[in-house]
Design a protein around this ligand. Sequence first.
Ligand SMILES: Nc1ncnc2c1ncn2[C@@H]1O[C@H](COP(=O)(O)OP(=O)(O)OP(=O)(O)O)[C@@H](O)[C@H]1O
Ligand SMILES: [Mg+2]
Length: 294
Amino acid sequence: MSNDKQLSACEFRELEEDELIHVDCLEHVYPDGTSSLHNVCFSLFKGEIVVICGANGAGKSTLVEHLNGLVKPKVGRLVVLGQEVTQKTGVITEVGLVFQDSDSQVFAPTVLDDVMFGPLNKGFTADAARLAAICALERIGAAHLTNRIPYYLSRGEKRLVAIAGVLAMNPEVIVADEPTSDLDPFHSRQIESVLFELKTDFRISIVIATHDMDLAARIADRIYVIAEGQVIATGTPRDIFYNKSVLARANLNEPTAVRLYKRLCQGGSASDFKPVKEHDLVKLLEGVIGKAEP
Ligand SMILES: Nc1ncnc2c1ncn2[C@@H]1O[C@H](COP(=O)(O)OP(=O)(O)OP(=O)(O)O)[C@@H](O)[C@H]1O
Ligand SMILES: [Mg+2]
């Protein structure tokens, strides 16, 4: 797909090499008749972080709930890790899904039991499942929750446990629906860096649904913008975040670095390099300030 292509007509595409998740012309209608996805095409390739950006009600959760076969396509095509998903396919456990609502994911008597549940279900021995659970909890800074009762956890704590439960299963793909909502800045950063390290160190491929544009700017290799159940654009963060009309159509803001850069340039352009992350903007300003006359 070309960068920032406006997607209108739907086409069935060939599967590409290294394509882990392939969605073509997906439609979804809820039982009450609410139509939530139309003609959605989407791809996830090995080793990338793809962010699905969209406003409330745009269809992000509906789309991500398809990506491990939890919801099956009635219209359209879904291929996950080479397997065609049909009404008869079970949930694909190599794709770990972190739900937006952690209450529906965290339910065992203790946090440790909860995080061990997935690995045990996957056939790990009790010792291996315990080890995987403890490692996952430590990794995201939630070891202190190990013996707590999930029911009494705060929303942010529940989210951490849900993420640990997915990590403990050693998935090939992680799909996280609003992974940092409800989290304080410390845990938010921690989850962001865990997701980033899973990509860089373990080549785990990641899909994140969010309307946090700063998070998307920092972490995405590619972005899909979804509005009213349709993918309206896809491209690199730079393509998307400097496209005013796409952001306006999707009711999304620019990331902070883009907004500040545009204000500083007042419509003009200070350089050919357009920053999308705070770090990029700081580097650019350091260059400008360094060159300024004393
Ligand atoms: N179980 C359901 N039954 C009927 N309609 C639903 C159901 N779940 C979601 N919808 C509707 O489908 C549309 C897409 O919802 P979805 O939850 O996928 O959006 P979202 O982008 O994840 O929004 P948010 O940012 O608020 O989480 C919305 O119009 C929503 O009201
Ligand atoms: Mg949602």
